[in-house]
Write a protein that binds this ligand. Structure first.
Ligand code: ASP
Ligand code: CP
Length: 309
């Protein structure tokens, strides 16, 4: 795997292989010394042109635990403020001899562009409304960790689907791994066309809530909305939030998921976010072995056995 730009580039076998590799890296993270020498001598640049807490920190930790050198490029403190273009910025970073560039950008397609301007491996850490492939991998990992596999599981993705790169990546990954996906949202928060999406759609959370294995809630992405797409936050919560009452109707072993950052009291009631079925922090934890696996697959010089075990 040269780059990781979109889940569409991965077959279900590729996805399974990454999840299995992540299992092996997860084992290394239970050791006293969490660091393995696999990427010694490699340099990873984290080029985040949009804010992040989880993705940035876990890519940073994942790269360091593989013994790579890590450079954090901060868009806000860079010469972008002097008018330098994205292309010149990437070519400048590349000229310093780096091995991988992890890119987050508010524009859909930016990582694909970056890949044309550099010989370094490019990993998409979230581009606009388009894709967030490592999020989909860590979400799949979390579900598989609890249920053994995604095969035959019914997953509801609920909320602001249209603005969500997580939704687009998750739908592709979950269905490739054998799950059934239902989108639950008001029409105003769904993409104008769902042609080619292997999903069913419901506008009524109450109708699906008792019949799903995973209740996955997406953040209301106000920063990407130009119009008022629902009457009020109160009304949104009443229809599409996981309230305490609704959570009582979930199956006893259902998972409650959210990519973070969450609006507590909107997508999930505070008590629900702390419910024992909520695996939001397990998702965060899965980010480390998943991103180690992705960095190793794109940069690793060989087999896990010779480099890590
Ligand atoms: N953190 C995720 C993303 O960057 C989800 C979100 O922001 O709602 O796509
Ligand atoms: N889930 C996610 O991508 O979180 P951050 O935006 O904090 O990286």
């Amino acid at each position: 795997m040269r780059n990781l730009l979109t889940i569409a580039d991965l077959s279900s076998d590729d996805l399974q292989e990454l999840l299995q590799l992540a299992d092996r890296f997860a084992e290394t993270q239970t050791r006293d010394v969490k660091k393995v020498p696999a990427l010694r001598g490699k340099t990873v640049v984290l080029a985040f042109f949009e804010d992040s807490t989880r993705t940035r920190t876990s890519f940073d930790l994942a790269a360091r635990r593989l013994s790579a050198d890590v450079v954090n490029f901060s868009a806000g403190a860079s010469s972008l403020s002097k008018g330098e273009s994205l292309r010149d910025t990437i070519e400048t970073i590349s000229a310093m001899g780096v091995d991988a560039i992890v890119v987050r950008h508010r524009s859909s397609g930016a990582p694909q562009q970056v890949a044309q301007w550099t010989d370094a491996a490019v990993i998409n850490a979230g581009d606009g409304w388009h894709q967030h492939p490592t999020q989909a991998l860590l979400d799949s990992y979390t579900i598989r960790q609890r249920f053994g596999s995604l095969e035959g599981r019914r997953i509801a993705l609920c909320g602001d689907i249209n603005h969500s790169r997580v939704a687009r990546s998750d739908v592709d990954a979950f269905t490739k791994l054998g799950a059934e996906v239902v989108l639950v949202a008001p029409p105003t928060l769904l993409p104008p066309s769902l042609e080619g999406w292997p999903v069913s759609v419901s506008h009524d959370l109450d109708q699906v809530v008792s019949d799903i294995d995973v209740a996955y809630f997406l953040r209301i992405q106000q920063e990407r909305m130009t119009d008022a797409l629902f009457p009020s936050v109160r009304e949104y919560r009443a229809h599409f939030g996981l309230t305490v009452d609704r959570a009582k109707r979930l199956k006893p072993d259902a998972l409650i998921m959210h990519p973070g950052p969450m609006n507590r009291g909107v997508e999930l009631d505070p008590a629900v976010a702390d419910d024992e079925r909520a695996v939001v922090l397990d998702q965060v934890a899965a980010g480390i072995p998943i991103r180690m696996a992705v960095l190793f697959q794109t940069l690793g010089p060989g087999q896990f056995e010779s480099e890590v075990a």
